[in-house]
Design a protein around this ligand. Structure first.
Ligand SMILES: NC(=O)c1ccc[n+]([C@@H]2O[C@H](COP(=O)([O-])OP(=O)(O)OC[C@H]3O[C@@H](n4cnc5c(N)ncnc54)[C@H](OP(=O)(O)O)[C@@H]3O)[C@@H](O)[C@H]2O)c1
Length: 359
């Protein structure tokens, strides 16, 4: 268990998940946090990263910095996704290993699993088949990160754990239509369609792929839980275990936004993996449960996010300052759940039940 005086480095603290981890840590009473923006420290620079670790000597590290993007960005920038992610994780993991941090949590992704993995996807399906081509570079970098965590563990005794979240969403998401993931892209597109009174809105692909989504506050809560309660080399899936088709997701978003036009499918665009839902029984078995239902979570994001620049196709309202909240404020989702949902509350974990996805 992390003690409340522990020095904790959150790498990528301005990102979707990193900012939620900072909020969760603060709410749980951890105040000795180290953060560096990209301007202050380029995590690809292993010399600069080593200086930070030698100077600050963090006890715990959450590695939430990465080059992250949706299907279009992954498909068009494979060099960047491979090289930047390898560079970030190599420099942080080696510095953490050399300076003997007590524990590090590495964030991988559900993209690491084979394209045609049996569903729901269990952790042991890693490296059992070919990857989805559209994000293979990103996936291979993440797989290399898992391997490096375990190599540091076996060679140097480092307590590094690897966590594989499903698709995340939240108020600090990237809403840039060229680089964002499917949920924020749909939210922005459908909002624009409503504001312009368009009679149709186009959704990429056939609408049939099945996906799983986790609110970033739940994801951050799971990260704290695993940092406190999990010490194994085996990777851990983090998700809801619930799935929804892209078509049903678009319909739900239309209801939240209040858009009454028709959703049409652009089948010239790729679908990606046909079905992707994680088996979360390892995490559930450890005693953690998600608590934010999908529709309530999306409605909350839609309410929180600054939509003022969304109609401008050239604007890039994204992570920094996009939300009405930032990492220094209290968790905006507390009002959804009340005190019982305070991160890392054992009472909450024992008592709460998973909330079903309501398409
Ligand atoms: N989002 C998802 O759906 C999802 C799903 C599964 C796994 N994950 C994993 O979860 C982690 C966090 O994802 P996220 O969605 O929070 O990503 P994000 O919002 O894009 O945030 C990534 C953060 O990393 C920082 N960063 C990137 N390159 C950097 C560099 N060279 N030096 C310093 N900082 C750098 C970014 O800084 P700037 O703010 O300066 O850009 C940003 O703060 C990643 O490892 C990702 O692979 C995410």
């Amino acid at each position: 268990m992390m003690d409340h005086d522990a020095k904790i480095f959150v790498a990528g603290h301005r990102g979707l998940l990193g900012s939620a981890i900072v909020r969760a840590l603060r709410i749980a009473g951890f105040m000795n946090l180290i953060t560096r923006s990209r301007d202050q420290l380029d995590l690809r620079d292993n010399g600069a990263v080593r200086v930070l670790f030698e100077r600050e000597r963090p006890d715990y590290v959450f590695l939430a910095a990465a080059r992250v993007g949706g299907i279009l960005a992954n498909g068009t920038l494979p060099v960047e996704f491979l090289v930047e992610n390898l560079a970030i994780q190599n420099s942080v993991l080696i510095a953490a290993c050399d300076t003997q941090v007590k524990k590090l949590l590495f964030l991988g992704s559900s993209c690491i699993y084979p394209r045609m993995a049996p569903q729901p996807i269990r952790e042991e399906y890693l490296l059992t088949g070919p990857l989805e081509p559209s994000n293979r570079a990103y996936a291979l970098a993440k797989i290399a990160g898992i391997e490096l965590c375990n190599a540091c563990r076996s060679e140097y005794g480092s307590n590094f754990i690897s966590v594989m979240p499903t698709n995340l969403y939240g108020p600090d998401d990237n809403f840039d239509l060229t680089t964002s993931h499917v949920l924020p892209a749909l939210l922005r597109k459908i909002h624009i369609a409503k504001m312009r009174a368009d009679t149709t809105v186009s959704v990429w692909g056939t609408g049939t792929p099945r996906r799983e989504f986790l609110h970033v506050t739940d994801a951050a809560d799971a990260c704290l839980f695993l940092m406190n309660h999990y010490d194994s080399a085996e990777i851990v899936n983090v998700g809801t275990g619930e799935e929804i088709t892209i078509g049903d997701l678009a319909q739900s978003i239309a209801e939240i936004v209040g858009y009454n036009g028709e959703i049409v499918y652009d089948t010239s665009r790729p679908d990606g993996t046909p079905r992707k839902v994680l088996d979360v029984s390892r995490l559930i078995g450890l005693g953690w449960r998600p608590c934010i239902a999908l529709k309530a979570g999306i409605a909350r994001v839609y309410q929180e996010v600054d939509k003022s620049a969304w109609l401008d196709p050239g604007s890039r309202p994204s992570q920094q300052g996009n939300s009405a909240f930032d990492a220094t404020q209290n968790d905006p989702d507390l009002s959804l759940h009340g005190a019982a949902c305070l991160p890392d509350s054992d009472r909450y974990r024992r008592e709460r039940n998973p909330i079903q996805v309501s398409p």
